[in-house]
Design a protein around this ligand. Structure first.
Ligand SMILES: Cc1cc2nc3c(=O)[nH]c(=O)nc-3n(C[C@H](O)[C@H](O)[C@H](O)COP(=O)(O)OP(=O)(O)OC[C@H]3O[C@@H](n4cnc5c(N)ncnc54)[C@H](O)[C@@H]3O)c2cc1C
Length: 530
C-alpha cells in the first residue's frame, strides 16, 4: 500500500519553491473528486482539509447514490440523467461500498400505483445501459410481505424501484487513499487561512496551517480550487471581501432507529409528506436511517445541530407510515448536515426553488469555485472543475481518467453480512493485524460489530487522527448508535495513543471532546459507565 503516514505527506510541503499544478481546498466529496481527477490525469495535486475528510456535509447524507426521483417530478431530466449515469459508474468503481437497493413507494390513493409506475419506469429508462432494474407495481399483499411494519389502513398497493445506497464517509476515505495512490498529496487537519496573489491580482497559492503542529506554510500553485461546500463564501471573501454570498445553506436531519421498526431489506420512500417533502427510511448497516428535512438556515458550521421541529417532523411522519411509532428513547442517533445550495439570484429563500445542480465559477483572480451538486455526481463535478483548471492555469491538457478508475478497496463479491465488507480488498490485511496482537480481534462494544483492529487500521492506513475520526467516519458508530460510541471512546483513545505515541492528557482531551460532540447526536442525556 502507498504510504499514508502524515509525516511523509507533510514533507511534500517542505520545498517553498515547488509550484503545484492544482491546489484543492476542502476534503469532502467535491474536493476529493477534484483532486482524484487532477492526480489521475497526471497533474501535481495537493488537497488541504481543515478537519477530517468528510467531516462536513459528506458524512451526513441520506446515503443514496441516486438520480433523484423528486428532480424527475420537477422536470429536471438533464440533472436526473447525469446523476443516473454517475450512479452506474460508482457501482462499478466502488463496488464494495455501493449497492443496488430496492425502494418501495406505498400507495394510499387509488391512482398512485399507475402514476408512480409510469414515472419510475421513465427514471429507469433514463439510466440506459446502467439501469439498476425496472420499476414495477406490486399488490397490497406484496407491500405488506416486504414491509411488514407498514401502516395498512387505506393501503392500495405499491411500486418497487431501484436506486443505489452507500457509505458516504467510507467512500471519502477511500477516495483520499486513491488520490494518494495516484500521486497526490492529501492532508487532513490543514486549514487554508489566506490566498496569495501576484502584482496583477492573480492567485498564485495559499497560506495554510497544520492544525496539529501550528506550523504555517505558504504554498504556490498554478490553480487554486475552492471546494469547501457551505464554506465557499469564506474562501471567496479572502479573494474579494464583502461580495454577495454564493451559497444558501439548507439543513437536513436524519434519525437512526433499530431495524425492528422496519425489518427486511427494502427501503421505504414517501414521495410527498404532509408538507410536500420526500422522506426515506433506508436500512443502513444494521440500523434504519430516516430523513430528511430541508430547512433554510443562515449560519454554517462543521457540527450543525438538528432543530426540535425537524426531529418532530421526522418522528411524526415515521409514525404515520410505520405501525410502531418511534419515541425519543428509540432514537439511537440524530445527525444534521448542510446542503451547499447555490444561492438564488433573486434572493428567494425557498430552498425548493434553488438549483440542485452544481455551480462552477471563476473569479477575476483565477480562483475556481465549485459547489452545489450531490455526492452521486462528485466525479462529474471533479471532471468539470479540472477541465476548467486546465483552461485557467494554462496546464498541458490531459484527458480525464476517472470514469473507469477503481476506487481504493473496490471489490464486487463482498459478503454484506460481515460488517468488514466496507474494507473491500483491504479486509484480509485488516484481519491479519490479529496476528500482530490477538487482542485486536476483540470487539469494541457488545452492541456493535466493530473490532479493535479497525482502529489500528484507521490510524495506520486511513489517516485517522482522533477518536472522532475513528468513531464517526472510519467506523460509523456515532451515526448508528451514539450511546455505544460514547462508551467506546476511552478504548479507542488508548488504541490511537499507542499508535501515535500520545500521553494520558491527550487521551483525556480526546475522550472529553468526543463526548461533547456525541451529546448533540442524542435526544436524551446519557452518562457513560466510565
Ligand atoms: C441532509 C443531506 C442529505 C443528502 N443526501 C444525499 C444523498 O443521499 N445522495 C447524494 O448524492 N447527495 C446527498 N446530499 C448532498 C451531498 O452530501 C453533498 O452535495 C456533498 O456531500 C457536498 O460535498 P462538498 O465536498 O461540496 O462539501 P463538504 O462535505 O462540506 O466538504 C467541504 C469541506 O471543506 C472543508 N473546508 C472548509 N473551509 C476550509 C478551509 N479554510 N481550509 C481547508 N478546508 C476547508 C470543510 O472542513 C469540509 O470538510 C445530501 C446533503 C444533505 C445535507
Amino acid at each position: 500500500m502507498i504510504g499514508t503516514e502524515r509525516e511523509k505527506l507533510v514533507a511534500a510541503l517542505s520545498d517553498p519553491e515547488k509550484i503545484w499544478d492544482v491546489i484543492v481546498i476542502g476534503g469532502g466529496a467535491t474536493g476529493l473528486g477534484t483532486a482524484l481527477d487532477a492526480a489521475s490525469r497526471g497533474y501535481q495535486t495537493l488537497l488541504l482539509e481543515q478537519a477530517d475528510f468528510a467531516k462536513g456535509t459528506s458524512s451526513r447524507s441520506t446515503k443514496l447514490v441516486h438520480g433523484g426521483v423528486r428532480y424527475l417530478a420537477q422536470g429536471d431530466i438533464g440533472l436526473v440523467r447525469e446523476a443516473l449515469y454517475e450512479r452506474g459508474l460508482l457501482l462499478k468503481n466502488a463496488a464494495h461500498l455501493v449497492k443496488n437497493e430496492s425502494f418501495i413507494i406505498p400507495n394510499y390513493e387509488w391512482w398512485g400505483g399507475a402514476f408512480y409506475t409510469i414515472g419510475l419506469t421513465l427514471y429507469d429508462l433514463l439510466a440506459g445501459k446502467l439501469g439498476f432494474g425496472r420499476a414495477k407495481h406490486i399488490s397490497k399483499k406484496q407491500v405488506i410481505s416486504k414491509l411488514g411494519t407498514i401502516q395498512q389502513k387505506n393501503l392500495y398497493g405499491g411500486v418497487v424501484y431501484h436506486d443505489g445506497q452507500f457509505d458516504d464517509a467510507r467512500l471519502a476515505v477511500n477516495l483520499a487513499q486513491t488520490c494518494i495512490e495516484q500521486g497526490a498529496t492529501v492532508l487532513n487537519y490543514f486549514k487554508v487561512s489566506n490566498l496569495i496573489k501576484n502584482k496583477e491580482d492573480k492567485i498564485t497559492g495559499v497560506v495554510c496551517t497544520d492544525i496539529e503542529t501550528g506550523t504555517r506554510y505558504t504554498i504556490k500553485g498554478k490553480t487554486v480550487i475552492n471546494a469547501t461546500g457551505v464554506f465557499v463564501d469564506n474562501i471567496l471573501n479572502m479573494d474579494k471581501p464583502e461580495r454577495k454570498p454564493m451559497v444558501k445553506p439548507s439543513q437536513g436531519v436524519h434519525i437512526v432507529l433499530s431495524r425492528s421498526f422496519m425489518p427486511g431489506e427494502d427501503a421505504l420512500m414517501i414521495p410527498k409528506t404532509d408538507d410536500g417533502r420526500v422522506l426515506f427510511a433506508v436500512p443502513w448497516h444494521d440500523k434504519l436511517v430516516i430523513g430528511t428535512t430541508d430547512t433554510p438556515i443562515d449560519e454554517h458550521s462543521l457540527e450543525p445541530v438538528a432543530l426540535q421541529e425537524e426531529i418532530d417532523f421526522i418522528m411524526r411522519t415515521a409514525a404515520k407510515y410505520l405501525v410502531n411509532a418511534p419515541t425519543r428513547k428509540d432514537v439511537l442517533s440524530v445527525f444534521a448536515g448542510l446542503r451547499p445550495l447555490a444561492a438564488p439570484e433573486n434572493g428567494s429563500s425557498k430552498t425548493k426553488e434553488i438549483s440542485r445542480s452544481h455551480k462552477l465559477i471563476v473569479s477575476a483572480s483565477g480562483l475556481i469555485t465549485i459547489t452545489g451538486g450531490k455526492w452521486t455526481t462528485y466525479r462529474r463535478m471533479g471532471e468539470d472543475t479540472v477541465d476548467k483548471a486546465i483552461e485557467v492555469g494554462g496546464l498541458v491538457p490531459y484527458p480525464n481518467k476517472t470514469k473507469t478508475l477503481p476506487i481504493h478497496g473496490s471489490k464486487g463479491d463482498v459478503d454484506r453480512n460481515d460488517h468488514l465488507y466496507v474494507y473491500g480488498s483491504d479486509e484480509a490485511a485488516l484481519l491479519a493485524l490479529g496476528y500482530e496482537k490477538p487482542e485486536w480481534t476483540e470487539k469494541l462494544h457488545p452492541r456493535m460489530p466493530y473490532i479493535k483492529a479497525e482502529v489500528i487500521w484507521g490510524v495506520r492506513h486511513e489517516m485517522a487522527r482522533s477518536v472522532e475520526d475513528i468513531l464517526a467516519r472510519r467506523v460509523r458508530a456515532l451515526f448508528l448508535d451514539a450511546r455505544a460510541a460514547i462508551d467506546m471512546a476511552p478504548v479507542v483513545a488508548d488504541l490511537i495513543a499507542g499508535e501515535l505515541h500520545k500521553d494520558a492528557a491527550w487521551k483525556k482531551e480526546q475522550v472529553d471532546s468526543f463526548r461533547n460532540v456525541a451529546k448533540t447526536y442524542l435526544l436524551e442525556p446519557y452518562s457513560p459507565a466510565s
